[in-house]
Design a binder for this molecule. Structure first.
Ligand SMILES: NC(=O)c1ccc[n+]([C@@H]2O[C@H](COP(=O)([O-])OP(=O)(O)OC[C@H]3O[C@@H](n4cnc5c(N)ncnc54)[C@H](O)[C@@H]3O)[C@@H](O)[C@H]2O)c1
Length: 251
């Protein structure tokens, strides 16, 4: 028996990386999925690859688009009859010095990483409230939502916003038994991390900051999402669960 048996879920940014690992884990735990990504081919490949594990539907689109967010929730309702879980995972990271950040960098980063969580979170929560059966929303934050890091001004600000948006949603939606948490990973080995920090020297030096002495894997983050989305986490809401190999524990 899977711990997400009988649950339906939307997962954003599922085309690759951590979102794909979360999708795989959720299917293994028995959930039925509607997955989203802004890159249609990527999404198609993931849906095809994971379909042997269970029910997985896809709808490509951009989570910064309010109409798309509404359509995504509507599609989940048509497919599954109800929506129990939302995973807001999609995100981008633009690495450049503060003095070189453009207004467009700032706007796009805040839109993808934070505004999308408001838009989709609100649509999903409205449906969950109407259903009257509670629900779980798990947002993707980052250790960068807790401490600053050079050359990531917009990213850091967006992820700090996710932590406080999560807490606010949690306290307002608690009366409906809708739990809202976020996950704050440190350095996880994905294409985003490799593209953002293309410099091998930087990536190796980063290891010095991680007490466990290695980078995290997408599957390790997916495990935390599955736990928080499941009934096993029934008394956890408003939390930000750090998964960083001990990085934030050491100055
Ligand atoms: N990799 C890390 O070290 C790390 C650490 C902390 C937090 N995170 C966060 O985890 C999340 C996933 O990161 P990842 O490393 O798997 O990245 P990734 O780039 O490998 O995957 C992100 C996916 O999101 C999709 N996406 C981007 N913008 C979108 C949009 N507007 N609408 C819909 N889909 C969109 C991309 O196409 C991609 O498939 C992000 O929110 C990121 O900030 C990553």
């Amino acid at each position: 028996m899977g711990r997400l048996d009988g649950k339906s879920a939307i997962i954003t940014g599922a085309g690759r990386g951590i979102g794909k690992a979360i999708s795989r884990k959720f299917l293994e735990e028995g959930a039925r999925l509607l997955i989203c990504d802004v890159v249609p081919d990527r999404l198609d490949n993931t849906a095809q690859e994971l379909s042997r594990l269970g029910t997985v539907h896809s709808l490509p689109g951009d989570v910064t688009d309010a109409a798309y967010c509404a359509a995504l929730v509507q599609r989940a309702r048509e497919l599954f009859g109800e929506l129990n879980i939302l995973v807001n995972n999609a995100g981008i990271a633009l690495v450049r010095p503060f003095l070189e950040h453009t207004e467009a960098d700032w706007d796009r980063t805040l839109a993808v990483n934070l505004k999308s969580m408001f838009l989709l979170g609100q649509q999903a929560a409205r449906l969950m409230v109407a259903q009257g059966k509670g629900g779980a929303i798990v947002n993707m934050a980052s250790t960068n939502g807790h401490v600053g890091e050079k050359r990531l001004a917009a990213y850091n600000a967006s992820k700090a916003g996710v932590v406080l948006l999560t807490k606010t949603m949690a306290i307002e939606l608690a009366q409906y038994n809708i739990r809202v948490n976020c996950v704050a990973p440190g350095f996880i080995q994905t294409q985003l991390a490799e593209e953002a920090w293309a410099d091998d020297h930087f990536v190796k030096a980063y290891l010095e900051k991680i007490p466990l002495g290695r980078y995290g894997q997408p599957e390790e983050v997916a495990n935390v999402f599955a736990f928080l989305a499941s009934d096993e986490a029934s008394f956890i809401t408003g939390d930000s669960v750090v998964i960083d190999g001990g990085q934030l524990s050491e100055e």
